[in-house]
Write a protein that binds this ligand. Structure first.
Ligand code: CMC
Length: 425
């Protein structure tokens, strides 16, 4: 029981209303306003700026201090010592796996990497101009038509079965989205490869010639997935929870998360970094664009700089910067004009008073965009990569919600439309 209380006085209600205040293990307290409906009032918080919509044990962010923890473990330590699949296990089960659990989990994921052959026909129905996110969203929702043995959301084993299937199949489907667009045959997963190397094999290999997957690029890919694996109650995760609260099946819920991630304000930022670099075009024009970014009358902003939550630094960006360097080194791409321009932009912004004063540091998207581009991933696939990484987070939140008593999510509104009126005679 909560001992802390808040009191709310509302004009027209005689007595102040006592509201319990709950303390989390860390982070801000929350005021429980759920009893207000009994007093005939709702709370109003568009954009959920001050609203905690659930309890969660999965991820903690302190934006002021630049902290991101998955199940208590700092993201920097996980990026250094762990790998994406182990992090999937951690997010899903709450603890790091033992060596045996890790092996079993990896085997389970490998076992499920292939998709039903009928799914290949789904792709044939899409024009080759289809955006990869349009295809991904449709085929992930469509998985519910195939895997009937993982649709009982009240059965914890079936929920975990769905989680394994979705995590395992996402890279296969992501690569299929790419192959369809470029008119190449789909590549089957090769299960003696690690998760992220296998993804690069399905992206860049052909039946005529296997991809030469460099361990450094595979590690970079794995780190990109790991850094994106969860970010607590962001828009797409909240969408997955809301869809899940209706009792919808897991594949439909993840498809709803993919749709929410598609928006440029959410998953599309790293794509914008590359578009901006293309727009700048040449190092000689950087100063001009920096001036534009500072000009209040110009809507232009430096893409990949600043963050809504991280106000000192983005801990993911620090890790991603090193990975980006390693990839450029491996590919001998440091002198590529695009990457030289990115480096110069980063240097100028980090030394410029305007950016220092406003704490506008390069964010994870700045470096992940450059890294993905260097690896050879086309920009329209960037959000698909983000979705592949974010999948364990979505599914862990979905499973967490269903493991406890929950209610259908049903926000209220401040109605400002017509009051009742009669249909014209
Ligand atoms: N370039 C130039 N000026 C900027 C930028 C920027 N990228 N970002 C913020 N500012 C300025 C802004 O004009 C304002 O200046 P002033 O105080 O003089 O009015 C000040 O900095 C504070 O800006 P804000 O809009 O209050 O900051 P915010 O927290 O609302 O916005 C943001 C955060 C990420 C939307 C914004 O920084 C931005 O648009 N960045 C570029 C887009 C981008 O890279 N987005 C990806 C974020 S990471 C995604 C993820 O984690 O999922």
């Amino acid at each position: 029981m909560s001992e802390k209380k808040a009191q709310l006085s509302i004009d027209g209600i005689d007595e102040p209303i006592d509201l319990p205040v709950y303390e989390g293990s860390t982070g801000p307290d929350v005021v429980d306003v759920s009893s207000l409906v009994g007093h005939g009032v709702f709370t109003y918080d568009p954009g959920f700026m001050s609203t905690a919509a659930c309890d969660s044990d999965i991820t903690f962010i302190d934006g002021g201090k630049g902290i991101l923890l998955y199940r208590g473990y700092p993201i920097e330590q996980l990026a250094e010592k762990s790998n994406f699949l182990e992090v999937c296990y951690l997010l899903l089960h709450g603890e790091l796996p033992s060596a045996t659990e890790n092996q079993e989990f990896e085997n389970r994921i490998r076992y499920h990497t292939m998709v039903d052959e009928h799914i290949h026909r789904f792709f044939r129905g899409f024009p080759s101009s289809a955006h990869p996110m349009a295809m991904l969203c449709a085929v992930v929702g469509g998985l519910s038509a195939f895997y009937h043995d993982t649709l009982d959301i009240d059965n914890p084993e079936q929920r975990i079965g769905a989680a394994h299937r979705i995590i395992a199949k996402l890279p296969t489907l992501a690569a299929m989205c790419y192959k369809h667009g470029v008119g190449q045959p789909f590549m089957y997963p090769q299960n003696d490869m690690d998760f992220s190397a296998n993804f690069l094999h399905m992206m860049f290999g052909t039946p005529c010639e296997p991809a030469k997957v460099s361990p450094i690029l595979a590690k970079a890919m794995d780190t990109i997935f790991l850094l994106h694996a969860d970010h607590e109650q962001n828009a797409s995760t909240s969408t997955v929870r809301l869809a899940g609260s209706t009792g919808a099946n897991p594949y439909g819920c993840i498809a709803s998360g993919i749709a929410a991630l598609w928006g440029p304000a959410h998953g599309g930022a790293n794509e914008s970094v590359l578009k901006m670099l293309g727009e700048i075009g040449d190092e000689s024009r950087i100063d001009e664009f920096i001036l534009r970014a500072k000009n209040k009358d110009d809507p232009f902003r430096l893409m990949g700089f600043g963050h809504r939550v991280y106000k000192n630094f983005d801990p993911r960006a620090k890790v991603m910067r090193e990975i980006c360097d390693e990839v450029l080194e491996e590919l001998g791409a440091h002198d590529d004009p695009l990457f030289r321009m990115a480096r110069k932009l980063e240097k100028i912004a980090l030394e410029d008073e305007y950016f220092i004063e406003r704490k506008l540091y390069p964010n994870v998207d700045f470096y992940s965009g450059i890294t993905l581009k260097a690896i050879g991933i086309p920009t329209n696939m960037f959000t698909v990569i983000f979705a592949t990484g974010r999948t364990p987070g979505w599914i862990a939140h979905w499973n967490e919600m269903l493991s406890h008593p929950y209610r259908i999510g049903r926000p209220r509104q401040l109605y400002k439309g017509h009051t009742q009126r009669d249909y014209p005679a």
